[in-house]
Design a protein around this ligand. Structure first.
Ligand SMILES: [Cu+2]
Length: 136
């Protein structure tokens, strides 16, 4: 004799229609952002020296993607490192006092950039360079 069998006949299935309306929030049209290269560029760190009144090197070429600039002030005045695309600031590192090294990681698209120190008009004294980002 099976109690389970007896109860089984009267099995009431409480159907609770859980109306799970799976509203797929369509992500507004797909922001197909950066479809970068399949293999990430090995994060090359670009060492830059800042002094009165120049950057070394003054000409930098990097592949598109994340680039880390390591700016070392080997001079005797405070400097900045600002990356421009045209007249728009892409990124900037300020307060690089003498002896200090500051890093900045920037995600760069291919194109032509400049980098300058605008502190006290240092760019007009020669603290500027060109940055070429290749690829894409
Ligand atoms: Cu400067």
């Amino acid at each position: 004799m099976s109690v389970a069998a007896r109860l089984g006949r009267r099995l009431i299935v409480a159907v609770a229609p859980v109306a799970l309306v799976a509203v797929l929030a369509a992500c507004g049209g797909g922001n197909a952002a950066s479809q970068g290269p399949a293999t990430p560029v090995p994060s090359g760190t670009i060492a830059v020296e800042a002094r009165e009144y120049a950057f070394t090197p003054a000409t930098i070429t990097v592949p598109a993607g994340a680039v880390t600039f390591s700016i070392r002030n080997v001079g005797s005045q405070e400097h900045e490192f600002e990356i421009f695309k045209g007249d728009q600031v892409v990124d900037e590192v300020e307060g690089i006092v003498p002896g200090l090294t500051k890093d900045a990681t920037v995600n760069l698209a291919a194109g032509d950039y400049t980098f300058v120190c605008k502190l006290n008009g240092h760019d007009q004294l020669g603290m500027k360079g060109t940055l070429t980002v290749t690829g894409g």
